[in-house]
Write a protein of this length. Structure first.
Length: 431
């Protein structure tokens, strides 16, 4: 097993069976949250009355004209529809939702999906769900107008109690009401087969994921079953209908999308986990990635992936050496060749700004590499040693964090915040 594949099972073995977990989190402005909490409760009650759970928007390849709406229920909803309109308009469009189901963790889940198209980037839209004669309230349907935008970036949210994840996500959304979309950089849940964890993950995002599109990233924990053995990521692939990548074998594993003047590629670093079941993920993805990025005419190019491009030394384990990971060896030369501006990774539950790296070395040019940190309550305080390429490291002992990406005409600005809003890093890229 490679150094870059630090699975839960291997980590437990290395650390002597101890998971370094900090539960409880930070105190996060509890009084201002009371109104928002009551509002989310009202929304949940309304949706529950219609049998709607986990209502969400999923990013599409072109957010100027389209959006995917999804939700789930405990029973089939054959008459379910999505209605959308320019905000406040009497003119409405209606689309029947496609229904399907999957069974995982011995639980059958009914999924409903509507692919909205034909949106006008110059309009402000809203949508609602209709089941029979009943409808939800109208919710925002933000459309990419091609201009500047802000994106919320969350690293690993896996947890044994998702209250810290909820606090972080809700506070981040409240502190950034101008955000247009968000991403979660893999290991969304601790165990990909555990349906209670998926429910908790969605619950934590209530009121966010229904009004902002999500660009999800698959992590290694999405590939684990209840016995902590590797399997195909059934729940993840069912829950998120992401843009098509043209592969009949690896559909929904990796994808690309545009927002503003940025072309995003969401890569999949789980080829070790999937090789025994569906071989060829790495090679297939490398070919697709090179072609996709070469064809993009956008000014900025950003890559989102789960496993990091570097390996880190581990305190108390001199046999684990710092260097370049398997993911780094596989993709960093392509990042150099294709002119990638920014690479955002996760997996190691620590925030590290490594600056620009080119040809595996520190450079004044080449992609900017950011290891995003941790957003759940599974934390490894003081575990990783400093890498020679690190420029900024989060305050220790490390706690949760999130990032914002602001894409303007000539600048990308990336900022990292602690749960209480304290800023710990601020980076600008200009061209």
């Amino acid at each position: 097993m490679s150094q870059s594949m630090l699975s839960r099972r291997r980590f437990l073995k290395i650390t002597g069976g101890t998971i370094l977990t900090l539960a409880g989190g930070w105190a996060l402005n509890s009084l201002p949250q009371l109104h928002e909490t009551a509002k989310r409760t009202d929304d949940k009650t309304e949706e529950a009355a219609l049998g709607i759970r986990c209502l969400r928007q999923i990013i599409t390849a072109d957010s100027r004209s389209s959006r995917t709406i999804m939700w789930q229920s405990q029973t089939a909803q054959n008459d379910a529809e999505v209605i959308w309109r320019p905000r406040g308009s009497q003119h409405q469009s209606v689309l029947s939702a496609a229904g399907e189901s999957f069974t995982d963790d011995a639980i059958r889940v009914y999924l409903h999906t509507a692919a909205i198209d034909g949106l006008d980037p110059n309009q402000f839209y809203e949508y609602c769900i209709r089941c029979g004669q009943a409808e939800t309230k109208w919710l925002p349907l933000p459309v990419d107008d091609g201009g500047a935008f802000k994106m919320l970036i969350f690293p690993d949210s896996q947890s044994n109690d998702y209250s810290d994840w909820e606090n972080l996500a809700q506070n981040a959304a409240r502190q950034n009401p101008d955000a247009s979309l968000f991403t979660n950089l893999g290991d969304l849940v601790d165990n990909g087969e555990d349906h209670t964890q998926w429910n908790a993950w969605f619950e934590a995002l209530h009121g966010i994921i229904s009004r902002l599109p999500l660009a999800p990233v698959m992590g290694n924990h999405e590939t684990y079953n209840r016995q902590w053995k590797v399997r195909l990521p059934q729940a993840y692939r069912s829950e998120f209908v992401v843009p098509d990548n043209g592969s009949p074998i690896f559909s929904r594993y990796y994808y690309a999308f545009d927002y503003g003047d940025v072309h995003f590629c969401v890569l999949n670093t789980q080829w070790d986990e999937t090789e025994a079941f569906q071989p060829g993920l790495l090679a297939t993805q490398q070919q697709w990635f090179a072609k996709d990025m070469s064809q993009s005419k956008k000014k900025w190019k950003i890559v989102l992936l789960h496993k990091d491009v570097l390996t880190y030394g581990m305190r108390g384990h001199p046999e684990r050496l710092p260097g370049i990971s398997d993911a780094g060896r596989a993709f960093m030369p392509l990042f150099d060749t294709l002119g990638i501006d920014l690479v955002l990774s996760a997996h190691l539950h620590t925030y590290r700004n490594r600056g620009h790296i080119y040809n595996f070395q520190r450079s004044l040019h080449g992609p900017l590499y950011i290891l995003a940190g941790v957003a759940g309550n599974v934390r490894y305080p003081g575990l990783w040693l400093r890498h020679e390429l690190d420029q900024v490291v989060a305050p220790q002992p490390e706690t949760d964090n999130y990032l914002t990406l602001t894409a303007a005409v000539n600048e990308l600005r990336l900022r990292c915040f602690l749960p209480d809003g304290t800023q710990i890093d601020d980076i600008r890229l200009q061209k």
